[in-house]
Design a protein around this ligand. Structure first.
Ligand code: XMP
Length: 334
């Protein structure tokens, strides 16, 4: 039996041994628990020889890229580049409605942007070393936040929804790069990663965060993904999640999010008729996301969320609450 403190010490020495005295490591971060913990551990082990890359794909939550930058770079000291590739992603998603097509486009574009950025980092480092900076060598390793359940799943087992949806997420897509893999979390379960995160000084609200899918808001906007639709959903989602936090319910819900339905419903504002879109709210409780129950909110919380979204988010005049469980529904709508 081992303690988490022992694990940190052991893992840091292991990383140092693997990486030796030269060579750089890059890794994609998403703002999620796994990639943040892996990045912080890497930073503890080899400092600036680790370089984190966050790709802003234009379908992140409100202010997500800026918040990840503040936390990872300013608070945790990790060397980080945030790449704003939102126009590139939204350009490729234009007119696409099919959910699997959205996933594929986002996955492929992600790989493309990440590789381009890795090459740029490598070039920049070479130039700096030519100008006399300390020699840290080439990019040789790729950090992956793979957990033990991912290892098991890729060997033997695929859950039902993994075969229904191609669950693309950050990192898993990059395995084919010509880099050696470092997977410091590959022996850990999610709870252990959270405990590790706390010990490494990662803020509690991040460590307890609900999962967020790699394809982001693109699979929560039914129909075509446009900048306008993304902005509507970002605002609605932000209100929803912050009201859940204010009510103290965040930790008893496994995952909560808003979905934008591109149908038009009639409403009234002042003495005028409106004809606007609908937001569906989803919240589930689940052990492993293979099955899930819809969450039963106190009515006053729903009332507040509904009134805030319809008052504050232009383009939305109606809110519905999703009361489907998985199965037969899935957690996400797409
Ligand atoms: P479903 O909708 O399959 O969701 O019941 C189960 C869990 O998986 C997440 N999910 C994804 N995660 N890429 C991801 O990284 C995806 O394409 C994807 N699709 C679904 C979903 O948010 C839930 O936690």
């Amino acid at each position: 039996h081992w303690t988490m403190e022992e694990f940190i010490g052991k893992e840091i020495s292991r990383i140092r041994e693997i990486c030796g005295l030269k060579g750089r490591v890059i890794g994609a971060v998403s703002g999620g628990v796994d990639s943040t913990v892996a990045a912080k551990l890497m930073h503890e082990a080899i400092g600036d020889r680790f370089h984190a890359i966050m790709v802003d794909n234009g379908v992140l939550r409100l202010n997500e890229a800026a918040q990840v930058h503040k936390m990872l770079s300013e608070d945790l000291g990790v060397k980080l580049t945030v790449v704003d590739a939102s126009e590139e992603f939204l350009g490729k998603l234009k007119d696409v409605e099919d959910p699997e097509q959205k996933r594929k486009i986002i996955g492929n574009t992600f790989i493309h942007v990440f590789e381009r950025e890795a090459t740029r980092i490598e070039k920049e480092a070479e130039e700096e070393e030519l100008k006399g900076a300390e020699k840290k060598g080439r990019v040789e390793w790729l950090l992956q936040g793979t957990l033990y359940p991912d290892v098991i799943e890729s060997i033997s087992f695929k859950g039902p929804s993994a075969t229904i949806k191609t669950h693309h997420n950050v990192g898993g897509l990059l395995k084919d790069m010509k880099l050696k893999l470092i997977e410091p979390l590959r022996e850990l379960f999610k709870d252990e990663v959270r405990a590790l995160g706390r010990l490494l000084g990662i803020p509690a609200h991040l460590v307890q965060r609900h999962p967020f899918p790699g394809p982001g808001l693109a699979i929560r906007i039914l129909g075509p993904v446009t900048l306008e639709q993304v902005q509507i959903l970002q605002k609605a989602d932000d209100i929803y999640i912050s009201e859940i936090r204010k009510a103290g319910l965040y930790d008893e819900i496994s995952q909560a999010f808003a979905v934008l339905l591109p149908v038009k419903a009639v409403g009234v504002m002042g003495d005028k008729r409106t004809y606007e879109q609908v937001i569906a709210l989803r919240a589930v409780q689940s052990e492993d996301f293979m099955t899930a129950d819809w969450y039963c909110f106190p009515t006053d919380v729903l009332r507040r969320i509904s009134s805030r979204i319809t008052n504050e988010v232009a383009g939305v005049n109606r809110i519905t609450y999703d009361i489907s469980s998985k199965p037969p529904a899935t957690v996400e709508w797409l």
